[in-house]
Design a protein around this ligand. Structure first.
Ligand code: HEC
Length: 152
């Protein structure tokens, strides 16, 4: 009996996630497809602020939108991509890894907001935040000075 209850709960949880996907697919994002690195980062900060407000006021729609914008954030312009690639060389792989962590967990945060599950929102929020900071600690200064040297 206990087992049945466990599986029933699991099933309900699973079905509600699927329903979330089906009934509330991510709306067409109004963001541009590519953006220079710095304004794109500033936008990410604005999105994190929006998520923060959603968390502290328990406004799940704000969280859903902010997290969705983070997970669908524009890619770098070709010019910036080239700059980052030549600056980082083999380290590029790790850079991309941090980016993927942010994308992935921002989307999980969005889905948790759809389910109004604040604990899950926070769980993924912390991973996203760690991803932002890890990338900055490792690469921000190097890339920033390469960009300045490059004259843009
Ligand atoms: C994969 C690496 C990476 C990830 C992940 C990342 N950033 Fe950045 N971020 C950078 C780099 C590189 C710079 C420096 C860009 C420059 O100065 O050319 C930067 C700069 C910034 C800046 C400073 C912009 C300015 O005005 O100089 C902010 C704010 C910022 N990031 C916010 C965020 C937030 C918020 C997240 C997570 C949601 C995030 N970043 C995730 C690489 C990353």
């Amino acid at each position: 009996m206990k087992h049945n209850l466990f599986f029933a709960t699991l099933l309900v949880g699973f079905v509600s996630v699927i329903m979330g996907w089906v009934l509330h697919p991510r709306e067409e994002s109004p963001q541009p497809e590519t953006m220079p690195l710095v304004p794109m980062m500033q936008q990410l900060l604005t999105d994190m602020h929006q998520v923060d407000i959603g968390i502290y006021t328990e406004d799940f729609e704000l969280i859903e939108e902010g997290a969705g914008n983070i997970s669908d954030h524009p890619t770098m312009t070709e010019k910036d991509k080239k700059l980052v690639k030549t600056t980082l060389g083999a380290e590029m792989e790790q850079f991309v890894e941090y980016d993927m962590i942010v994308h992935h967990h921002a989307d999980s945060m969005r889905l948790a907001a759809l389910q109004e599950n604040m604990q899950e929102v926070l769980h993924h929020y912390r991973i996203v935040q760690q991803g932002c900071v890890n990338c900055h600690s490792n690469y921000r200064e190097t890339i920033s000075s390469a960009r300045l040297k490059d004259g843009n």
